[in-house]
Design a protein around this ligand. Structure first.
Ligand code: SAM
Length: 432
């Protein structure tokens, strides 16, 4: 991480990298960034040179802002504004405000209030707070219209992602410190801030406690799908860097049977099957309530013969024997060590020698993170999994220890983190 830099140094970095990004986008025929409604979408993953400039630029902007604000304003702007942001986002979600704003024209606060079932004064206050966060525009005083950010909120997946974060984790965040006092060092999901917030202290976990609540199950699955479309957490990083991809030098042949354990809606599997046509079968495993929802909707026509949804609880023995690859994308990080070890050991009875386990999760790099922004992103996930299930994000050493304690025959072949991705790809081969 770079030491503190002067505002002139940072300003120069901002200028030079902004210019470079502008020119690189032009030469790659990628439209310039814009928050205007209907502006062409930016790629989820840019070419390497653009990604590098973006990372330097974003970090410089962030540091410059902190310096220019100064310590008092900086603390005010980061902490005191946090609850207002939570109130804003949660209300946007709760009253479906973005979905009630027409996509093609502005609407008065009075009419928007009626559509949302809110007083004009209340809807105006929430929306103006959002406008200040660059979500929506108020060109005509008293009227609101969408911009590109608010349009994301009006989509089902964007709406549910904000709902999941603010509704489930907003409540848990306020119980975080209480959980540390009541259950110091706990590694039990049933003693997590989430369990305290839901009044379910005991044996439940964040998944079992919502199992009978279809809207919450569906919201979680939609939030996960949304995250696959956010640049930092996009599934494209994994798709492009699976061990059998051209980007990895094709060190491996393409697998025939791939299982996505805890694969939620199957968004990743669909993309894998489309990108790697030699995968003969892709099995998406998840809890019964998630699988039920998947199977009530028609499969994508082009994948009907290859895509399978299957109920499977990863706290029991793996039911698909002899697959080539078992993927765990953002699964193991949800679980404290003793649970994670069980999940891994439960795969063993099904594994043929040479079978691959691919874990796609964060590797924390305390002290050596590329930037404070990268660190902030990972620390946020670390706090989220602690809130959700008393789990943690792991360092590379902790991953190695976890796998070794699950079974010495799990051999880590490689750990890579694609540039600008939050999640690393841990390739493990079963040497049994
Ligand atoms: C954080 S989400 C990750 C979803 C997906 N892999 C992704 O990256 O978008 C965790 C997933 O694990 C599933 N899950 C939780 N407990 C499970 C269990 N005991 N057995 C199987 N799946 C489980 C949840 O239903 C959810 O889909």
């Amino acid at each position: 991480m770079s030491p503190s830099r002067s505002i002139v140094e940072l300003g120069d970095l901002v200028q030079s990298n902004t210019r470079s990004i502008h020119d690189l986008l032009n030469s790659a025929s990628i439209p310039q960034p814009s928050l205007a409604l209907g502006a062409p979408e930016q790629p989820l993953v840019y070419l390497g040179a653009i990604e590098e400039c973006r990372a330097v630029l974003l970090e410089a902007l962030d540091e410059l802002r902190a310096l220019v604000l100064g310590p008092r304003s900086y603390i005010f702007n980061t902490s005191i504004i946090a609850p207002s942001c939570l109130a804003t986002f949660h209300s946007l979600y709760k009253f479906r405000i973005a979905q009630h704003v027409p996509l093609d024209h502005e609407i008065s606060y009075a009419e928007l209030g009626e559509r949302c079932g809110l007083l004009e004064v209340d809807v105006r206050r929430i929306v103006r707070s959002a406008v200040a966060l660059r979500i929506f525009e108020e060109d005509t005083i008293g009227f609101v219209r969408h911009n590109a950010s608010s349009a994301v909120l009006s989509t089902k997946l964007g709406h549910d992602a904000v709902g999941f974060a603010t509704d489930e984790y907003g409540r848990a965040a306020t119980r975080y410190s209480e959980s540390l006092e009541r259950f110091p060092g706990s590694e039990k999901p049933g003693e997590s801030p989430c369990a305290i917030a839901n009044g379910t202290i005991g044996d439940s976990n964040a998944f079992t406690l919502i199992a009978d609540d279809e809207p919450r199950v569906s919201r979680l699955a939609n939030a996960m799908s949304f995250m696959t479309t956010v640049p930092e957490t996009s599934m494209d990083h994994l798709l492009e860097n699976v061990p059998w991809s051209p980007a990895r030098g094709r060190n491996h042949g393409c697998p025939e049977i791939v299982v996505d354990v805890g694969g939620s809606r199957g968004t990743l599997m669909e993309a894998l099957l489309r990108k790697y046509a030699n995968i003969r079968k892709g099995i998406v495993q998840d809890l019964p309530e998630v699988t039920l929802r998947n199977t009530t909707e028609p499969k994508p026509e082009d994948l009907a013969d290859k895509l399978v949804y299957q109920e499977y609880d990863f706290f029991t023995d793996q039911v698909v024997k002899d697959a080539d690859v078992y993927i765990f994308r953002t699964i193991v990080h949800d679980w404290p060590d003793s649970y994670a070890v069980k999940i891994l050991r439960n795969q063993i009875p099904a594994l043929k020698p040479g079978a691959m386990i691919l874990i796609n999760d964060i590797c924390m790099q305390p002290g050596t993170e590329k930037s404070k922004l990268a660190s902030l992103g990972k620390c946020s996930y670390d706090l989220m999994v602690k809130m959700g299930l008393n789990a943690k994000e792991r360092t590379e050493d902790e991953w190695r220890q976890l796998l070794a304690s699950a079974d010495e025959r799990f051999k880590i072949q490689s750990i890579i983190c694609p540039p600008c991705a939050v999640h690393s790809i841990i390739e493990i081969v079963w040497k049994g």
